[in-house]
Design a binder for this molecule. Structure first.
Ligand code: AMP
Length: 179
């Protein structure tokens, strides 16, 4: 598909960042390209056009940029999911697995009302550890997670399948082999 290739070409790949062996998929080049940014947001929300979405939850930090634009597009509120210790009000917290070890993420306890329809957004899904933690956190406060969307999928790492196994429909716009 031409669209896929056009958009994919706006993602910059940095080898060996942040450490040797990693191919870092840098979306700042996509975001800086007005057509690509608009197209990515339009395509991410396309399956949910016309459906009522109450909130978009974005994962710190690149999920804030894309999630904010997605929320605006679907006329939903935006909710940040942050690393621990950053949010000022009462929070709910969950531990999640990273490549090495554990970390914790938080959201405000009153950010979403039980039963609200929520879309989760991040730039990229790899092992799915981050997004899985976010889905559990959202469900913990009663959110109805309608979907998760990511610009980039690294399918060899199985993250999107992990979310689908949790009954979360997943939307991604492009895939890169390997990790
Ligand atoms: P994971 O929890 O393994 O699915 O990792 C997803 C998170 O790590 C996302 O917030 C991504 O921004 C980041 N990430 C993981 N792998 C890469 C990569 N190869 N390039 C850029 N970001 C990555």
């Amino acid at each position: 598909m031409t669209f896929d290739h056009d958009l994919k070409a706006t993602v910059r790949t940095i080898p060996d960042y942040p450490k040797k062996g990693i191919l870092f998929r840098d979306i700042t080049t996509l975001l800086a390209d007005a057509r690509a940014f608009r197209r990515a947001v339009d395509e991410l929300v396309q399956p949910w056009a016309g459906l009522k979405i109450d909130k978009v939850a974005g994962i710190e930090a690149r999920g804030f940029i894309i999630g904010g634009a997605v929320a605006h597009q679907v006329s939903a509120g935006f909710v940040p999911i942050r690393k621990k210790g950053k949010l000022p009000h009462t929070t709910v917290r969950i531990a999640y697995s990273l490549e090495y070890g554990l970390d914790e993420m938080e959201m405000h306890v009153d950010a979403i009302q039980p039963g609200e329809r929520v879309i989760l957004v991040d730039d990229l899904i790899a092992t799915g550890g981050t997004a899985e933690g976010a889905v559990k956190l959202l469900r913990q406060i009663g959110a109805n997670v309608v979907a998760a969307c990511f610009i980039i999928d690294l399918p060899d790492l199985g993250g999107a399948d992990k979310l689908r196994a949790m009954d979360v429909p997943v939307r991604t716009l492009m895939a890169f082999e390997g990790h």
